[in-house]
Design a protein around this ligand. Structure first.
Ligand code: ZN
Length: 328
């Protein structure tokens, strides 16, 4: 490989969460050089676009001088995305339908913008820089306020016919279960997300704590925090088992906010998989926590811009993301 100057330019990755925006800048080698998060109260499209554009402009202003500057922006969103058009088709947790967010952003910043589902972006980051660099078939569980799944088969992210693949947060695991924001009942994310964790903890103790507080309590041995994590982990383990049976991956990565429960979560999920997944796929699949933590989606989003700039996965490993035509 020819040498190249990793600091000749930068890419910005943005994770749009249900109640936050995380903005992370990487150099051309994908190395993170800055990361900021802001909380989001007004989730109207107009406000979110304004906030993201403001963050990118601020980032651009404080970056070290470079030959290329920012070469592109990637955005990971919690919903169904048409990757080619950059439209958000449906984001139940934001209450959004048919939002041409790439067009909105490109109208404000003179840069190519790439939009993908947040779990797909997380899966891409794990494949390029995390625990999945050698796995041909891998699944990334993004467990935050909702649950999304990024599926990599033959080193390629699977998007489905209409960009809706991987919505396993809405896999029904309880008949007549809790009502979900998608309109259905008993969806996995009602039982295994960070929102489910907060609800379970409140049910056990009669008072409310944040996800970070519950995880902190877990790490210092609080039995209620541990019970809440175990409950959520058991449901997550069921979801993981179902996907292992269906897709036979060599790796399942648990990422995003809930992965900060670390060893306890991993133990519970692994126990459930050991007892419920089919023997052959269950034995093949190793289950790991994300090594990129809460930055997976933002790093993956930035990688979309890098992949396009380099017309493929150069200078990285196996990622086979399509280059979007029209920008090079
Ligand atoms: Zn649902």
């Amino acid at each position: 490989m020819l040498g190249f100057n990793a600091t000749a330019g930068y890419a910005v990755g943005v994770e749009l969460g249900v109640d936050f925006i995380r903005v992370l800048t990487v150099n051309l080698a994908g190395k993170s050089i800055s990361c900021n998060e802001l909380s989001l109260e007004d989730t109207s499209v107009r406000n979110v676009v304004t906030e993201i554009v403001t963050c990118i402009k601020r980032e651009s202003a404080i970056l070290p001088k470079s030959k290329l500057g920012i070469i592109g922006v990637g955005l990971g969103v919690p919903g169904l995305v048409d990757f080619t058009s950059g439209n958000i088709l449906y984001a139940p947790n934001l209450g959004w339908s048919d939002v041409p967010i790439r067009a909105y952003m490109e109208a404000h910043i003179n840069l190519p913008v790439f939009v993908d589902n947040e779990a797909n972006a997380g899966a891409l980051a794990e494949q390029l820089f995390g625990v999945g660099t050698t796995d041909e078939n891998a699944i990334y569980f993004s467990v935050g306020a909702g649950i999304g799944v990024g599926i990599i088969l033959n080193h390629t992210i699977i998007r489905g016919s209409g960009g809706a693949a991987g919505e396993f947060g809405h896999m029904i695991i309880e008949t007549r279960g809790l009502r979900c924001s998608c309109g259905s009942r008993g969806c996995l994310e009602m039982y295994a997300s960070t929102r489910a964790l907060v609800a379970k903890y409140a049910q056990l103790t009669g008072h409310t704590k944040t996800v970070d507080e519950i995880i902190q309590d877990l790490h210092v041995g609080d039995p209620n925090a541990r019970e809440a994590i175990d409950s959520v982990g058991r449901y997550l383990g069921m979801g993981v088992s179902n996907l292992i049976n269906g897709l036979n991956p060599s790796l399942v990565v648990i990422g995003n906010h809930l992965s900060e429960a670390r060893d306890r979560l991993l133990t519970i999920v692994t126990e459930v998989v050991d007892t419920s997944a089919l023997k052959v796929p269950g034995t093949i699949a190793r289950i790991e926590l994300s090594s990129l933590g809460r930055n997976s989606t933002a790093i993956g989003a930035a990688s979309l811009a890098l992949n396009d700039y380099f017309q493929g996965p150069f200078p990285f490993s196996h990622a086979a993301e399509p280059s979007r035509s029209g920008y090079r």
